[in-house]
Write a protein that binds this ligand. Structure first.
Ligand SMILES: O=C(O)CCC(=O)C(=O)O
Length: 291
């Protein structure tokens, strides 16, 4: 009898039998979980584990592992050279890819205007023979490529993205220059938003045939011992100089570790004597800068 009773029961998954709604929901949930796990493993999807809350602006670009890897490959080998401790200055080779340099130039080109300097008495911008290049500002976080570069700068300098001003793209033609100056402010007006400028990252967007070096005339370095000394223009030989190379970035600090201003950070852009110079400057502040 017992055998017969068992024989009359229907097995759970008989072929052709309709599944219950519960089974269908369970199967759908399982499928979605498996797909999500595969996407997570491939880096195509990421879980946001930021605890800042929804109101804080998140400037981190969303990139997959593949995007990050291909970005590194496009930039070639990267390494940093300490070029001086007074001022603290470091040269990061291949900080930007060729594509990123070209992108920034094309974005800026239609909007270039004569560069100005800050009047230290009034804090206002003014035209000056000290600076003869042309330039324009890009908005911080303006697009995905800019956000990616800004995130890279924050990772490299340990200064949060929110402390940075928008990029300033500069263009120097033959004869154009920027006389030695400080990036820190000597007026109160310009430090109201974000406080003092603590550091600068100068990114070279092009090579320059001759001239156009960034020179630190007060640096405590005997520059004639530098391996590239003989390639420098007369202006470049007047101090510690960096020759622009597309993709390289020069980081220097306007403030010392004790938070005082560093007069050795005096720097300028030598006149271009052959070719063109394109660069992009990121100035970083002590505090958050409201862009
Ligand atoms: O173009 C250069 O090499 C120097 C630029 C500069 O001094 C600046 O943007 O503050």
């Amino acid at each position: 009898m017992a055998t017969m009773a068992r024989g009359t029961r229907h097995p759970r998954f008989l072929p052709g039998r309709r599944s219950s709604p519960f089974t269908l929901i369970l199967a759908a949930l399982l499928t979605v979980s498996v797909v999500l796990l595969v996407l997570l493993a491939l880096g195509i999807f990421s879980l946001d584990v930021d605890s800042d809350g929804p109101t804080k602006t998140d400037h981190r670009p969303r990139r997959s592992v593949h995007e990050a890897r291909s970005e590194m490959e496009q930039r070639g080998n990267q390494w940093t050279e300490v070029i001086s401790w007074e001022p603290r200055a470091f040269l990061y080779h291949n900080f930007l890819s060729k594509k990123e340099c070209e992108y920034l130039i094309e974005l800026a080109k239609p909007h270039m205007a004569k560069s100005t300097v800050v009047d230290s008495a009034t804090g206002q911008s003014k035209d000056s023979r000290v600076r003869t290049s042309s330039g324009m500002f890009l908005r911080r976080g303006q697009d995905k490529i800019i956000r990616t570069i800004e995130k890279r700068i924050a990772d490299y300098t340990f200064i949060p993205v929110e402390h940075g001003e928008g990029f300033q793209v500069l263009h120097y033609e033959v004869g154009q220059k920027y006389e030695p100056h400080y990036d820190y402010f000597l007026d109160e007006y310009n430090t109201k938003n974000g406080g003092q400028r603590i550091a600068t990252l100068l990114m070279y967007l092009s090579d320059v045939e001759e001239g156009g070096e960034t020179v630190f005339p007060s640096a405590k370095v005997n520059s004639s011992f530098l391996p590239w000394y003989n390639e420098l223009s007369d202006c470049g030989k007047k101090g510690l100089s960096v020759k622009p190379k597309m993709g390289d970035a020069l980081l220097f600090w306007s403030m010392k570790p004790d938070a005082t201003l560093d007069p050795y950070s005096l720097h300028g852009g030598c006149p271009v004597t052959e070719g063109n110079k394109w660069s992009a400057t990121k100035w970083m502040r002590v505090h958050e800068y409201k862009a």
